[in-house]
Design a protein around this ligand. Structure first.
Ligand SMILES: [Zn+2]
Ligand SMILES: [Zn+2]
Length: 623
């Protein structure tokens, strides 16, 4: 196994790790770098066509942001994630494409990807719930566990045959959030890749609710505004929930609270839709028919004009807006009118990456540039740490320490050097585990023998392995071999066994594939029979497709995709693609009856009159 660190190495953003096993090549996350030194058009250090699949830990752009670029450059595998992560990622990636489009017409920057690339990316998702083992490839199984970070965020447990188990934390929560569960306990693992955003810091034992209340009361007394920059997912919902509690406890003055992030509003609805991912106590308010994110003085702002009105009004208020690090979004509307007002307050509730305006202000810079213009920072700057979505130094250490059997090797990522190195020192000093902070581009090669496990000296196989009946044959899976060496008996995997007998590797490989796969044996005796395709009239074909096109289910980008595919790859490939989309619930998500109708009509039409079908797709594209 080979692990290459291609992002978030000695820094926080741009998570991307390339893993090569004997039979697979895959990525852990494919995120975008943010802040200082972030290239507007980064190059991949690998060929996207060679990547078999991607494991996506969660939807934040620093973990998912380059997926559409990966797809646009030829990646054609599956993206594995939880259901909620896919849905949140869809919103964030669409938003990212939109921002790039605006930057193109504004500053002339060439977009990395378009909204269509995002649509194609969404088709590649293959989604699962937590705790379900997923066979990602011949030699890799992935299981997602709750990371307690944001909606859908997962710790990935990756079992690689012949190499052992690797756990990738993604981003992990601190366990005290009223909305998210505490992160799952660390499984026994051979290797661990752990985040270290707050590897050197302890979240002080302040109550974020109390701090926020005090800031609002003080600012209100001075007739100022309270600006709270947030990330649309995670912090935004936590802040809303706290404000609702304060409101209901009559602790807030009667001032308007503006939620000025349309993207945040959409993700807030996803929290309701995917409430099974959240803390049970929190979920109970949904079950009681309440909405834990709504309260009397809360006002969701939709249009940008309204946002500008609120920004230019003198009225004291609380504004929650994105982006969290002041790199864009509607928070800029409010900063422009409020930065120079000494009676107002700016409240940071999340991590500020180096090189962002948020970090500059937090570090005490007195003049900052916002959207090309310089402003003096006169308002009061606060930081409330307890609302972070990340574990702090103690949380990270106890995550490692809580494992029954400690990992053999640990890589510390997703942290600036002082944080990553502090966590590294603490683990080495207290737990004596080989712990390393990789640089960008660093590659670690593992010899498979490192994870060969020694078993008892006298081994008896007294169980009867399960077998598959193929005709008269009983086929037993070949899972490994016992190897007697000077230092004892070792249980080794199939792959390691093949590795030992290198001279005959090819022969053995062919033989083993035949022995172990039912399909392999059946393929010799049977040929695949294709399902009969139904007949359909041109009128029915046309009417049905237009019906779905009108309601936006059969989208223009889907029509373009099928048209191009018909032209370039032919009828059979297109039909196979449609069947695959339907199997993955992407043709008409959440309605199996309509999805089946759409699939049937598409397949029948393309099969009977491909030329007419192509023309109709074209018509839909050009509507
Ligand atoms: Zn995150
Ligand atoms: Zn992150």
């Amino acid at each position: 196994m080979k692990i290459q660190f291609l992002g978030a190495a000695k820094e926080v953003t741009g998570s991307c790790i390339l893993i090569e096993t004997r039979r697979s090549k895959f990525l852990l996350d494919c995120g975008q770098r943010q802040g200082q030194g972030a290239e507007s058009s980064p190059e991949f250090q690998f060929n996207p066509r060679e990547i078999d699949f991607v494991i996506l830990s969660h939807a934040h752009i620093d973990h998912s942001g380059l997926l559409p670029k990966l797809v646009a450059e030829g990646f054609d595998g599956e993206i594995y994630s939880t259901v909620a992560t896919r849905d949140v990622a869809e919103l964030l990636l669409e938003d990212s494409a939109k921002i790039q489009k605006e930057a193109e017409s504004g500053a002339g920057l060439i977009p990395m990807f378009t909204e269509e690339d995002v649509a194609l990316t969404m088709d590649k998702f293959s989604v699962y719930e937590w705790d379900v083992p997923i066979d990602a490839s011949d030699d890799v199984t992935v299981t997602f566990l709750d990371a307690g970070h944001i909606l859908g965020a997962s710790i990935s447990v990756i079992d690689i045959s012949g190499a052992g188990r690797l756990v990738y934390t993604g981003d992990i929560g601190h366990g005290h959030s009223p909305i998210m569960n505490p992160p799952a306990k660390l499984n026994n693992t051979d290797f661990l890749i752990i985040e270290s955003t707050y590897g050197a810091k302890r979240h002080p034992a302040v109550n974020p609710k109390e701090s926020l209340k005090q800031i609002i009361l003080d600012t209100y007394a001075n007739k100022g505004k309270v600006l709270i920059p947030v990330f649309a997912v995670g912090r935004a919902q936590e802040v809303l929930y706290i404000l609702k509690q304060l409101y209901e406890e009559s602790e807030l003055p009667n001032i308007p609270v503006y939620f000025d992030t349309p993207l945040g509003a959409e993700t807030t609805s996803l929290y309701q839709y995917h409430q099974n991912y959240l803390r049970a106590q929190f979920r109970s308010s949904f079950l009681k028919g309440e909405n834990p994110f709504h309260f009397g003085t809360l006002d969701f702002i939709r249009g940008n004009n309204r946002s500008l009105d609120v920004a230019s009004s003198e009225e004291p208020c609380v504004v929650i807006a994105a982006s969290g690090m002041l790199t864009g979004g509607r928070i800029l509307n409010h900063l422009k009118t409020t930065l120079e007002d000494p009676d107002s307050s700016l409240v940071f509730v999340g991590y500020q990456a180096e090189g962002t305006p948020g970090r500059e202000i937090l570090d005490g810079k007195k003049r900052v540039e916002i959207a090309g213009k310089e402003y003096e920072v006169k308002l009061k700057v606060h930081y409330i740490p307890g609302l972070s979505a990340h574990a702090d130094a103690d949380g990270l250490f106890s995550f490692v320490n809580s494992a029954d059997i400690l990992p053999k090797k640990i890589f510390v990522v997703h942290g600036e050097p002082e944080n990553a190195e502090a966590l590294q020192r603490r683990i080495i000093n207290n737990l004596r585990i080989d712990t390393f902070v990789p640089e960008m581009g660093y590659t670690e090669n593992f010899m498979d023998r490192e994870v060969v496990k020694v078993v008892e000296k006298d081994v008896h196989l007294d169980f009867k392995p399960e077998f598959t009946k193929v005709g008269e044959l009983e086929v037993y899976p070949f899972v490994g071999a016992l190897l007697k060496k000077q230092d004892g008996i070792h249980l080794i995997s199939k792959e390691q066994y093949i590795g030992i007998l290198t001279e005959t590797e090819e022969e053995l490989e062919t033989m083993l594939t035949k022995m172990t796969s039912k399909e392999g044996l059946e393929a010799e005796t049977e040929t695949e029979t294709a399902e009969p395709v139904e007949e359909i009239s041109e009128t029915e074909f046309k009417e049905t497709l237009l019906k779905y096109a009108d309601v936006g289910i059969f989208s223009r980008s889907r029509a373009r995709e099928l048209k191009n595919m018909l032209e370039n790859e032919g009828r059979d490939a297109t039909i196979a693609h449609i069947n695959k989309l339907a199997r993955k619930d992407r043709l008409y998500p959440l309605d199996t009856t309509k999805q089946e109708e759409l699939r049937r009509v598409l397949v029948a039409g393309i099969n009977s009159f491909p030329q007419k079908a192509r023309e109709l797709f074209n018509e839909i594209v050009e509507r």
